[in-house]
Design a protein around this ligand. Structure first.
Ligand SMILES: Cc1cc2nc3c(=O)[nH]c(=O)nc-3n(C[C@H](O)[C@H](O)[C@H](O)COP(=O)(O)O)c2cc1C
Length: 445
């Protein structure tokens, strides 16, 4: 992450955090009123991993952005700021906006920057705010700005502003909008004048015209339990924006961008891939092997430690993800071992090996057994479970004791096919995964 500031309307400095390579297609993430740029950090990291340049900004008067000297916190000022940001980027950005950030994006693109963006993802946007709903949000925000004694007090104010919604879970993202004084009391650290929300409810006609002028691909996303916008309202807005798509996150409220990050990110990435696809990379025979490795890294795997005994009866082992099932009858599996392995001869001569499939808590073991130097088995819980068995590590997700069935040449690797004579497994555990050169955990969207 890198701090990157922008100059907004009237010279107001806008604070931003950037993730990923500046050469990648940009995505600008704008938070809702009262929130700070940290709200979108989780999505920004996922976007950077997916090959995008993600920029999380603070609205003027929020977080670390300048306060407006003239006290201007109207929709025009916010829109001019966002226009300045997208205009400063070298290629067309996609804008993700939540709440006030979404309204800002709608006005920016609909009124002045139709060709500066590749798309819009508008989260929990309502252009027909009623005066009393705005008042409710305003009151809750004012409560928040009164010095709060604890994060719980702030969470309560948020719940009061969003009744009937699940209480926000990722409160740390919301708390970054607050600073603690020397007594630990929290205070919202923006310009209090920015919390007035202007006269949004008097802008309905203008916002409707801006919506109808948008030409870029648009996705409207709503948490199904959001109390400030109904599904009917969203359908009405959809009918005004040519070609707009709808997305809903079941059981989520206003803070789904942080609370239901996995579901939200998968909708966002899917939209990006369809409307602003990245050019696929390619490998041609004879290219750098590193490129092929990156291509193969797109296949997610589990992680194992392959073990055997050396001639002196000492346990040896290494981390491997080349484990594959081969046949059920006879029961065969394989793994491939680099010809550069210090244990190549040992595995060939031992005539047997075990595959230990690691669970999510065993990443330290994976690191230890992948390092060239340093002890591998010292202090590790292991045992051989039969006379002909190999070292079985304690607490694995599954372990397969095998005898060598065949060893084939495989270029710079040897392929060991083993016949399984015993297996133990504990399927209630979650696996340690490996994907694109990094350890991962399972998540369900
Ligand atoms: C996730 C992961 C998967 C790996 N998979 C393999 C593999 O399938 N085959 C292999 O030979 N090395 C693999 N390695 C590399 C070895 O673990 C590493 O080179 C180790 O130091 C080899 O030890 P040795 O020379 O004592 O056999 C992998 C490493 C990691 C981190």
């Amino acid at each position: 992450m890198e701090r990157r500031d922008f100059e907004g309307f009237g010279g107001v400095r806008l604070a931003a955090d950037a993730f990923g390579s500046p050469d990648a297609p940009p995505v600008v993430l704008v938070p809702s009123g009262g929130q700070t740029r940290e709200f979108w950090h989780g999505s920004a990291k996922a976007l950077a991993e997916a090959g995008r340049y993600a920029i999380c900004v603070d609205l003027r008067g929020h977080g670390d952005s300048d306060h407006a000297a003239d006290g201007r916190y109207d929709i025009d000022s916010y829109a001019h700021d966002l226009h300045a940001i997208v205009a400063a980027l070298p290629s067309r950005a996609l804008i993700v906006g939540g709440g006030l950030g979404a309204i800002t994006a709608l006005v920016t693109v609909g009124e002045s920057a139709p060709h500066l963006v590749s798309g819009l993802v508008l989260v929990d946007i309502n252009i027909w705010f009623e005066e009393d709903v705005l008042k409710r949000l305003h009151t809750a925000f004012l409560e928040r700005t009164v010095r709060a004694s604890s994060p719980e007090q702030i969470a309560q104010a948020i719940v009061a502003a969003h009744p009937d919604e699940p209480a926000p879970r990722a409160t740390d993202r919301l708390l970054s909008a607050f600073a603690a004084d020397e007594n630990g009391r929290l205070e919202w650290r923006g310009d209090h004048r920015a919390l007035e929300f202007g006269d949004l409810y008097r802008q309905q006609e203008r916002l409707g015209v801006a919506a109808s002028r948008i030409v870029a691909p648009v996705m409207l996303i709503r948490g199904s339990l959001n109390s400030t916008i109904s599904n009917e309202t969203l359908l009405r807005l959809q009918s005004m924006i040519p070609g707009a798509e709808l997305g809903e996150i079941e059981g989520a409220g206003h803070f789904m961008g942080a609370d239901r990050e996995d579901s939200f990110n998968s909708i966002l990435l899917d939209f990006l891939e369809r409307h602003a696809p990245r050019k696929p990379l390619s490998y041609i025979g004879g290219s750098e092997p590193r490129v092929l490795r990156d291509a193969l890294g797109c296949f997610g795997t589990g992680v194992t430690i392959i073990t055997t005994f050396d001639g002196a009866g000492q346990p040896i082992g290494l981390t491997a993800n080349s484990f594959t099932s081969v046949s059920l009858d006879p029961p065969l599996i394989l793994f491939s071992l680099s010809k550069r392995s210090a244990n190549l001869d040992t595995f060939t001569e031992a005539g047997r090996f075990a595959v230990n499939v690691l669970h999510i808590g065993q990443q330290p073991l994976a690191n230890r057994f992948a390092q060239r130097d340093g002890p591998r088995f010292e202090g590790v819980d292991w045992s051989a479970r039969s006379e002909e068995g190999c070292p079985i590590l304690g607490g694995t997700l599954a372990s397969f004791d095998c005898r060598n069935h065949a060893v084939h040449d495989g270029g710079d690797h040897l392929i060991f096919i083993g016949e399984v004579h015993h297996a133990w497994f504990a399927p209630h555990r979650d696996p340690l995964l490996y994907f694109r050169g990094k350890y991962r955990r399972l998540h369900f969207t």
